[in-house]
Design a protein around this ligand. Sequence first.
Ligand SMILES: Cc1ncc(COP(=O)(O)O)c(C=O)c1O
Length: 396
Amino acid sequence: MILDNLDAAAADPILSLSVACRADDRAHKIDLGIGVYRDNQGNTPVMQAIKQAEARLLEEQSSKVYVGMPGNESFNAAMMDLLIGEGESKARAVGVQTPGASGALRMLADVIKLSAPDATVWLSDLSYANHAPIMKTAGLKVRYYAYFDTETKLVNSQAMLADMSQAGANDVVLLHGCCHNPTGADLSFEDWQAVTLLAQKQGFLPFIDIAYQGFGDGMDADVAGFRYLAERVDSYLVASSCSKNFGLYRERTGLAVIVGKSLEQSNKIKSRLLECARSTYTMPPDHGAALVDMILRDQALKQTWLDEVDAMRHRVQGLREQLAGALREKSGNPHFDFIAQHKGMFSVLGITPEQAQTLRQAHAIYLVDSGRINLAGMQEAHIDYIAEKLLLVTAM
Ligand SMILES: Cc1ncc(COP(=O)(O)O)c(C=O)c1O
């Protein structure tokens, strides 16, 4: 009978790590697993700008009637301003509010499948754990381009460009806009220029996932490479998230951006995306987008928000420098200096799964087997302990 044949799904390695950490009764446990920003007390508070916008929304909102299939159009436009800035491609850009960037990734994947059923999506090796499942569930093929250099722990540009030069008109190349998840190794501006040249020459479709705008070098600096590309290619897609930089995780707030050769074409593609959304969730949830819209359109609220994102960025960058410094001081070698060069919340440490397991089991430091740590899971008081145990298990 239907349903009788289903085995349980495999546990998600990152979510099950959080569960294991919560169940651990060692007082000194440290959770560097799940990708959530935390302050120096280990909390993920609601941002002040969000609190203020929520108070205002509570006063002002007079109806909960459906918003409409593309979601909040004012949010869509404000988010496109944040992403694309004054770039010319904005004139051809259309946005659709989605349930998180996850929703945007999936809806855009569905549209790619409609347009090119045999298309291949190229992902960076490594990439965000959900990229391949989303693309594959949408029926798309997945291939990987070389990205993370396990020696330098930075981007292997040459190998990456060599792989991308195999992608053609039936291919999509998915790029992380900034703050690469999981590695922390970002494309340089020169890399973006080289990728742009290849996109023009080979005719592949760039698809940019931007989940951490503001967490790397700043709100505009983080999208400088993306904007360079955006002004020079015929078409591109973007999935953008408000989970981290607005702290709206559970409100499921994101945006899909479609840029075709003309505004007319973008609108045609948008109508197909809405058709996919209609048969999936019909309309996105409103609350998070209403708050983001209010913040981005009010000068004082926007400044409060920008200051808060700056503070989060500085905290993570400070932790990077302190951890790299402690590792250098204790080991007498610069092996882990790359931690200070990485951007955003994550770094892949280049340790083995066995070493990651020892850190968990023997020292209560929770990180995934891939060796990815969430720097924001750290408190300043943890730095020495983490550095000491990391050197112990890696015999450095
Ligand atoms: C690279 C990347 N893309 C997309 C997402 C999904 O974000 P959202 O919560 O907006 O669905 C994440 C979340 O961790 C991410 O790291």
